[in-house]
Design a protein around this ligand. Sequence first.
Ligand code: GLA
Length: 371
Amino acid sequence: MRKTERRAVEAYEQTFGEGPETLTSAPGRVNLIGEHTDYNEGHVLPCAVERRVAVAIGRGGNELYSADFDERRPARGEREGSWADYPRGVAWALGEAGYGLGGYRAAFAGNVPPGSGLSSSAAIEAATALALDALFGIGTGRKELARLCMRAENAFVGVASGIMDQYASLLCEEGHALLVDCRTLEAEPVSLDLEGHGLTLLVCDTRVERKLGDTGFNDRQETTARAARTLGYKALRDASEQDLKRLSGEELRRARHVVNEQARVMEAVAALKREDFEGFGRLLYASHASLRDDYEVSIPELDTFVEAAQKTGALGARVTGAGWGGCAIAVVPSEKADALSEDTRRRYEERDFKEPALYRFAPAAGAEVVS
Ligand code: GLA
């Protein structure tokens, strides 16, 4: 049992005076490439990381307890702007889809840093969905659970995000990234043996926290949907470089990112399959430039890490997740990973940024019913 899972069980026992019936946990993720393509019905390539949210759950009652916030909230109710919105939203989405849930109580413990771009919200949603599914014997598949988690995020929490994070949390496999076609919702594991190739996935958490609902996220979703309508397509997934000539201004810049990023994901998967990590890395750098210049979701802290990566000889680096803060990733020769961490710390100090947190991650397992 992982430490977070043990903490969730202990929290349940202390709060409710008996043991839970079921225990699940679900991971956060980094996205390797394919940023802001999911809600444009394109492809994404995330992998799960070994940071998880665990849920200990039992039937009866109507209460949630978070060990991290040391806070009790009712299990049912309206959106209130707290961590409890995510499990509440999931229960709401399951109910709305016709899955009958009885009363329940649950305790949560996690180590996905919130607001960091590692999808702590999807981890809570996925762990809750899997826990409710197991507890009430719903027996719906993981893809359907992911879809309901996204519905919770869109219609209950109020962020117009795509399916990437929930898919990654529920469907990723250890040692693999996950190629997701966000139109057909097909998903395919892609082997990612960085260690075997002398490479390290280094993640820089800028510690600039944000809640997606407070960023320009919904604005980007609206602009790209509008650009698709201008071009006469259902989604920008269908647009080509040729089509971009028919757009201008902000719609052009946002759509150019999506069209080029979609092409980069497919190239990146081909590069990984032929073990061309240099080619893969170049696509990461190109993705970052596009997110910075065309999609305008980077911040100086993220750019500084990518600059440090370039200087240190990383094969590639980019912001991961929505942007406006959170994390960036680098694929770096393992012998240079320490140098990149040190150079990043030095640059952050020089520029008076917050002290970053640097993590080394290997592609981890998706959500699990532990017991
Ligand atoms: C957030 C959303 C995802 C995706 C990314 C950007 O993580 O939750 O659905 O849109 O941003 O790629």
